[in-house]
Each structure stands twice: as C-alpha cells, then as structure tokens.
Design a protein around this ligand. Structure first.
Ligand code: NAD
Length: 471
C-alpha cells in the first residue's frame, strides 16, 4: 500500500498490507502468549507497561519524526509519542490498585444456603481499529488498558498514516514480554481483525462504526465505538466576550480541527455577539500556518487530502445559501499540501451541512441567539452526542446550562477538554458512540469478564424438591 505525504501531496511511502493469513497468524501468536501474560498478575504486567513506556520515551524522537511526516505536524507528533508513554504509565499505576479493589470475597447470596464469589478474567484477545487524526494515541488508548487488564492486543492503525509503525515495532522488539502486535491495511484488514478478536474497540467515523458494529454483532463480540461529533459551544450573555472568543478559537482549531472533540458550532448570546465575533476574527487572523517551516506557526495541513474538498464544499454551499465568511474559507495549496486558515461563518442556519454534518476542519460557524432555551434546543438538535462546552459568567451558570445538553461529556468554562482529562468517565450518546467509557477506571474494568462461583453451603436440593406434590 502507499501513503501520501500531507505536506507535499506526494506518494512517498510504501508498506506491506497484512494478508488475511497474516492477520490470523498474528492473532494466534497473541492467543498463545495471552494466558502467561494474564497469569503474571497486575503488578508484573504493570512493570512491563513501564518498560514499554521507557522504551517509547527513549525512541520518542524517531517515532515523532515518522508521525510528523504522517500528519504534517511536529508539536502534536511529539505530544502523541509522549502521550502514549504517559498512558502506559497511568495504567501501570492505576491497574494494580483497581485489581486490588475488585470485590472477590465470599459473601452470602440473597438466595438462602448460597455464598458467592467473583473471579475476573480478561477477554483473551483485544482488537483496536484506529483513525488517522491522532494515529499513535488512538491506536493505543484502549489497547493499553486491555493489556493492563490481562488481554493480548492486536492493533490496526489507519492506512492513511502508517509511517510511525516501523519505529514502534523496533521499540516493541525491546519489550518482548508485551503481547502487542500491529496489522496493516484498510477496510478488509479491519474486518479480518474483527473475525479474530474477542472484543473490538473502534475509533473513527460513524459510517464505518456501523459496519464494525454489524461485523461484531455477527460474531457476537462486544464492540465499543468512539465515533464522530458535531460539538456545540454555548456562550451565555454573562460571559466575557474576549475570553470566550479566545477559548472558542483554540477549542475549534487545534490540530486543524481534525479532532473528534473540536468545537464545530457556536451559539453566542446577542448581547455580547458583536464583541465576541470581533475578537474571534482578530484571533483567527493572528493564527499562522506551520508553513514553510514546520517548526513554526499553529496549524498543519489537512492530513487526508480528500478532507479538504469536503470542508470546502460545506463552506461553499453555506456561502451560496446566504452565510457570510468573515475570515478564511479557502483551501490553500502550499508546497503540494492542502491548508486552511481558521474560517469564521455567520448568518448560518440550522439546516446547513456546516451545522448538521461533521466538518473536521478549522471552521467556526456562529449562530447568534436571543433565548438560552432556544440555544440549548439548537445545541441538542443533532444526531451526534459526543461532547459539548459552555462558557458563562460563572461556573455555576455554565454547569446549569451544561446539564441540559445531551452529550457524553461537557466542558465548563473551557472547551474540548475530553481528550486531555483521562479520568473523566463518559459515554458518548446518539450516533457518537456505543459502549462503556474509555476514560476513567471503566476504561480497564470493561475488559474483565466476571465469573460467578456459586457455592452451595447447605445440602443441595434433590429432584424430590420439584415433585408436583412437594409444595
Ligand atoms: P474511518 O472510519 O474512515 O476509518 C477508521 C479506521 O477504520 C481505519 O483504520 C480504517 O482502515 C478502518 N476501516 C474502514 N472501513 C472499515 C470496515 N468496513 N471495517 C473495519 N474497519 C474499517 O475514520 P477516519 O476518517 O480515519 O477518522 C476520522 C473520524 O474518526 C472522524 O469521524 C472523527 O470524528 C472520528 N474520531 C472519533 C474519535 C472519538 O473518540 N470519538 C476520536 C478521533 C476520531
């Protein structure tokens, strides 16, 4: 398979797609190793996770360099390499505590003459299918927790961003105890992975999520889905408009808006709308593209070139239907890559694609509201329910508004905090996801199967207890 360099538009990388036989062989190797891995116990597994974190940190420059070519951005690539190591360390610290706290003791059942005991065993083979927007973090976010739980992990990274896997495989070779392998390829390899594993975690688009859920349903395995979003931000009349605009801008355009939790719709109270928009435009125009020097500026190129045309189409159709583009709005070609400056739209209406569909670009459509009840209703008028944000004059007011939004996680007095706060247990709603939280302790506990040992402590009844004349 071939991959495109997002900064040059050139196809400059080739890699071998895993055959279906190779996916099956990797799964079998991992299954063969899993029982010993689980038997080691949580403390010993935690030590291996820390050894992997140290190995990743020691080679972080190589991983980040490869990832920087995959994604066209440098600072976020470094954050991803260290973020992966940080996640391994977090689970290494928290996992043994969680195992120690599991209720296992014998206890009386509500059924007379019976005592209960619970045992825990991990799903043997965990599988992950990851997207291209944060390729390293999203390939491992669930796998790290599954490994801590005692599963072996088979991971399929996105075929759009494959370069980081080469240095990572070298790192992995230094920690041979860790039962983790990668398989490479597109949809067919993703489907082949689902055929092999006992539990699948998918991060990606809602459309693909449905296909993953269907395949998992056919195999009767659990599927956790982390899908798209159309996150709303409500800015109330009591908020400081300058501060609110600065927070809104950052929460919308980080990583060129190619993050599921990016703010993609803004509802601002009419009282402060003018000042808010003025500052938003000023801030947007001060943002610089990380071009030509990839080490300077704020925004990288579109990682996946077709994404640029999808974003442009949403802007163009909104413009044709009466929306005003206050700044930005054009796909710019620099050095062969596709770029976009922060784009601010007003006079948008709720029926426009830029309000209804996921954009995944640095685009901020702003709707001015007169009534907070109407703003909340508009924020909830969506098929998505990933996350949302509220900026107000006080935390209490923000919390009151936030509680009325139908989404899995609400950032108050900030935006897009879900990806930064690892212990915020949350479940995506509507078409944004399915299954237990990947954040918080639930992130690991979901991989443990509970087995009940049902102990009869009195004499077991015989068939005579069921005789027709016995009662
Ligand atoms: P995508 O759905 O196109 O692909 C994701 C992965 O699925 C890739 O590895 C791909 O090869 C694989 N795949 C494609 N078809 C498949 C099939 N039929 N069966 C099995 N696997 C298949 O997503 P993308 O374009 O790479 O990523 C962008 C999307 O991811 C956006 O919608 C974004 O919102 C979402 N996302 C969600 C979260 C979250 O936590 N909710 C985080 C990041 C990204």
């Amino acid at each position: 398979m071939k991959a495109i360099n997002p900064r040059t538009g050139e196809t400059d990388y080739e890699f071998a797609e895993s055959s279906l036989g190779e996916v099956a062989a990797a799964a079998q190797r991992l299954r063969d190793r899993q029982a010993d891995w689980e038997k080691k116990g949580p403390e010993a597994r935690a030590k291996v996770l820390v050894a992997m974190a140290e190995a990743v940190e020691a080679r972080s420059a190589d991983i980040a360099d490869a990832l920087a070519i995959d994604t066209g951005r440098q600072a976020v690539a470094r954050m991803e390499a260290f973020g992966f190591a940080g996640s391994l360390r977090r689970w290494a610290a928290r996992g043994p505590e969680l195992f120690a706290g599991l209720p296992r003791d014998r206890r009386p059942s509500a059924t007379p003459g019976v005592e209960l005991e619970t045992r825990y065993s991990a799903y043997p083979l965990f599988g992950a299918i990851a997207p291209w927007n944060f390729p390293v973090i999203l390939s491992h976010i669930d796998a790290n927790a599954a490994l801590m739980a005692g599963s072996a992990a088979l991971v399929k990274p996105s075929e759009i961003t494959p370069r980081w896997v080469e240095p990572m495989r070298e790192v992995l070779a230094q920690v041979p105890e860790l039962p983790l392998e990668y398989v490479m390829g597109g949809p067919e390899v993703g489907q082949a992975l689902i055929e092999q594993v006992d539990y699948v975690c998918f991060t990606g688009s809602t459309a693909t999520g449905r296909k993953v859920a269907e395949a998992a349903a056919r195999n009767l395995i659990p599927a956790n889905l982390e899908l798209g979003g159309k996150d709303p931000l409500i800015v109330t009349a009591s908020a400081d408009p300058i501060w609110a605009a600065q927070v809104a801008l950052r929460a919308s355009i980080v990583a060129t808006g190619q993050a599921c939790q990016s703010i993609e719709r803004i509802y601002v109270a009419r009282e402060i709308a003018e000042l808010f928009l003025e500052e938003l435009v000023r801030g947007a125009e001060a943002v610089e593209l990380a071009y030509p020097d990839p080490g300077k500026g704020h925004l990288g190129p579109f990682i996946f070139p077709p994404q640029a045309s999808k974003v442009a189409e949403q802007i163009d159709t909104a413009h044709a239907a009466g929306a005003r583009v206050l700044t930005g709005g054009e796909v710019e070609n620099h050095g062969g890559g596709a770029w976009m400056r922060p784009t601010i739209l007003t006079d948008v209406t709720p029926d426009m694609a830029v309000i209804r569909e996921e954009t995944f670009g640095p685009v901020l459509p702003v709707i001015v509201y007169d009534d907070i009840g109407d703003a909340i209703a508009q924020a909830n008028d969506t098929t998505y329910g990933l996350s949302a944000a509220v900026l107000a004059g006080s935390l209490d007011e923000a919390a009151e508004v936030g509680a009325q939004i139908d989404a899995g996680a609400i950032s108050l007095q900030d935006g897009a905090m879900t990806s930064m706060v690892n212990d915020a247990t949350n479940m995506s709603r509507k078409t944004s996801g399915l299954g237990p939280s990947r954040m918080g302790d639930e992130g690991m506990l979901r991989f443990l199967r509970q087995q009940a040992l049902i102990r009869r402590v009195t004499e077991a009844p015989t068939i005579e207890a069921y005789a027709e004349d016995a009662r």
